[in-house]
Design a protein around this ligand. Structure first.
Ligand SMILES: C[S@@+](CC[C@H](N)C(=O)[O-])C[C@H]1O[C@@H](n2cnc3c(N)ncnc32)[C@H](O)[C@@H]1O
Length: 285
């Protein structure tokens, strides 16, 4: 198992990363807002480098994904992600509260099965900030009831789980079933600096392999100039960086060699040095 230090974030394993990104609880991730609305609906999603679970939880709770798995190399971050799931559940509107909520955007959407025709039960649009944060602070998080009470195993909080793994080099049980969407937000630089060109190639190939035919890879690469600061964190990264031949502006070529189609650029999200492009790659049928 890879040893991960909590003092030097040599894998980009920053704690409170979403604090840096200026996200407040209940905020929507700007990168997810760039995605086609239907992409995550009814999808089996893998979020690689899930950190404290912000993106994974948002997808599971408000984007109608059937199943979300967040994986991170840092055990402490994975524990924070499980905690976040419970906190979000504690803020969510009670499931037996049928009161209408005006806005069309909030109305129930049908989950669809990826392979075509069938529709699943109606996906209930949730009001994620129904209870004020003070309730959870004063009384602690609510217990999570069994899936039958919530509605089904496809509903938040039962449609999400987290795993600790160095996903470039270790499989997780869910990989065997495949995914419709794999997300890699701000993680390729860390995989590249730690594993070298070979590690990065292995990472992309593994993503291709776990995607179902027609599946989508959602990618937010970090640019080469951002490697300079990152490599200074650790002498091993400094050394590894000297041998890197691949550059982020040639990742598209590499991904096409592996078999992906794309990229489809969706635009940029984030502020200042966190402003980065988000792109889609497709594994053809
Ligand atoms: C800079 S953070 C990005 C977090 C999140 N994806 C986002 O953009 O909001 C990078 C995350 O990737 C994780 N990570 C790095 N290498 C990894 C690996 N080989 N397998 C799994 N997670 C990894 C780190 O622990 C860290 O939480």
């Amino acid at each position: 198992m890879t040893t991960v230090s909590s003092t030097v974030p040599a894998h980009g394993n920053y704690h409170n990363y979403h604090g840096y990104l200026n996200h407040h609880p209940g905020a929507c991730d700007a990168r997810l807002s760039l995605l086609p609305r239907e992409l995550l609906l009814g999808a089996r999603v893998l979020d690689i480098g899930c950190n404290e679970g912000w993106v994974s939880c948002e997808i599971a709770q408000t984007w109608g994904a059937q199943r979300v798995v967040g994986v991170d190399i840092d055990d402490a971050l994975v524990r924070m992600a499980w905690k976040r799931r419970r906190i979000l559940w504690s803020h969510q509107q009670p499931i037996d509260d049928e009161s209408p909520r005006g806005d069309e955007e909030d109305q129930p959407k049908k989950k669809r099965k990826r392979n075509g025709k069938d529709t699943q039960p109606l996906h209930k649009a949730v009001k994620a900030d129904y209870f004020p944060a003070s309730c959870q602070h004063m009384f602690g998080p609510l217990p999570v009831p069994p899936a039958e009470v919530v509605g089904s195993a496809d509903e938040f909080p039962h449609n999400i789980s987290f795993r600790r793994a160095d996903w470039t080099n270790e499989t997780i049980p869910e990989d065997a079933g495949g995914y419709d969407v794999v997300i890699a937000f701000s993680v390729s630089k860390w995989i590249h600096l730690n594993g070298g060109d070979d590690g990065l190639k292995r990472f992309f190939r593994r993503i291709y392999d776990v995607l179902s035919p027609g599946g989508t890879f959602v990618f937010e690469p970090q640019q080469w100039d951002s490697y300079t600061k990152a490599r200074k964190l650790d002498p091993v990264l400094q050394e590894n960086a000297k041998n890197l031949k691949l550059r982020p502006d040639s990742f598209d070529e590499l991904l096409r060699e592996i078999g992906f189609e794309g990229p489809q650029p969706l635009g940029e999200a984030g502020e200042g040095r966190f402003r980065r492009p988000v792109e889609l790659y497709t594994k053809s049928n």
